[in-house]
Write a protein that binds this ligand. Structure first.
Ligand SMILES: Nc1ncnc2c1ncn2[C@@H]1O[C@H](COP(=O)(O)OP(=O)(O)OP(=O)(O)O)[C@@H](O)[C@H]1O
Ligand SMILES: [Mg+2]
Length: 279
């Protein structure tokens, strides 16, 4: 379980987190969404003990990330936003070093390494240097590495950024399996359809604060699940309605052209943050 209470973090003049509160239940597949600069990576870095908060508390499975970082670290696996593999080493060697850092016995490292490479479909590339890998293969290897020590909580900061649609969907299957195997997942993403299809619960952050928290379905319902896109000369303006009937009445009164459609999580995101998603 992840408990975040009144978390604050400032970088010189920039307030990255301004009192973030968040509880994530054990076994949840949680999506952390928000515009660029909202504070998602800062949150992940604090939870994974890489950055110290200025104030507030973050606890993972009972371990305070500031007071008991070593214990908290044993509970978690992390796939950072930036690729931080050793490019000169092979896939297998990258996993081996991770196992050593986690003080796993040699035999356990070997076994987990083979299991994880096969889990992410990289067993045939185990002995290739990572510098020869495609973007998708690197992301898969980062996921394999994060799972080596069998963490209960897995953080993934934009694990599918820049990947093609097919590779992204392959990674979704891997992420779903991790969750089905019992791990709690916190995922950040700019692909809203990714959060919609994977996450049981979604939190939207903006300016370092939580502004919405619910299941994707409930968020869409509460925003108004029917959208009318009004096409004006300058822009497309979206209007939200609780029923198709209300939407139709509105369209009848409109002068220009309009499109009536089902709302999606991106609409909720836009309505709440006033900004488009920018991968
Ligand atoms: N090391 C740093 N030094 C100075 N400012 C920083 C640092 N890290 C983050 N920030 C600032 O803190 C704010 C939050 O950044 P953060 O990386 O947490 O956002 P994010 O939600 O992950 O954004 P993105 O979607 O672009 O990855 C931003 O304004 C960013 O410029
Ligand atoms: Mg980020």
């Amino acid at each position: 379980m992840i408990k975040i209470e009144k978390l604050y973090k400032r970088y010189k003049k920039i307030s990255a987190l301004q009192g973030l509160d968040l509880h994530i239940h054990r076994g949840s597949f949680f999506g952390l969404l928000g515009p660029n600069g909202a504070g998602k990576t800062t949150t992940v870095k604090i939870l994974t003990t890489l950055v110290r908060p200025d104030a507030g508390r973050a606890v993972i499975n009972g371990f305070d990330v500031v007071k008991e970082p070593a214990s908290a670290k044993m509970e978690i696996g992390v796939v950072q936003q930036s690729i931080n593999l050793d490019m000169e080493l092979t896939a297998k060697e990258n996993l081996f070093i991770h196992g050593l850092l986690y003080r796993m016995p040699y035999k356990a490292i070997k076994k987990a390494g083979e299991e994880m490479l096969s889990f992410v479909d990289l067993e045939n590339s185990a002995d290739m240097p990572v510098k020869t890998f495609s973007g998708g293969m690197k992301r898969k290897l980062m996921i394999a590495r994060a799972l080596m020590h069998k963490p209960e909580v897995v953080f993934l900061d934009e694990p599918t950024a820049g990947l093609d649609a097919k590779t992204r969907r392959k990674l979704w299957i891997i992420l779903k399996k991790i969750n089905q195997n019992g791990a709690t997942i916190l995922l950040t993403t700019h692909y809203i359809e990714e959060a919609e299809s994977l996450c049981s619960e979604v939190g939207i952050v903006d300016f370092g604060k939580l502004i919405a928290l619910d299941s994707p379905k409930n968020l869409i319902q509460s925003a108004g699940h029917i959208v009318v896109d009004e096409m004006t000369e300058k822009e497309i303006k979206s209007h939200f309605f609780l029923s198709r009937r209300e939407a139709s009445l509105f369209v009848e009164r409109l002068k220009g052209s309009a499109l009536v459609r089902e709302a999606n999580l991106e609409d909720v995101f836009l309505k709440l943050t006033g900004r488009r998603v920018s991968p």
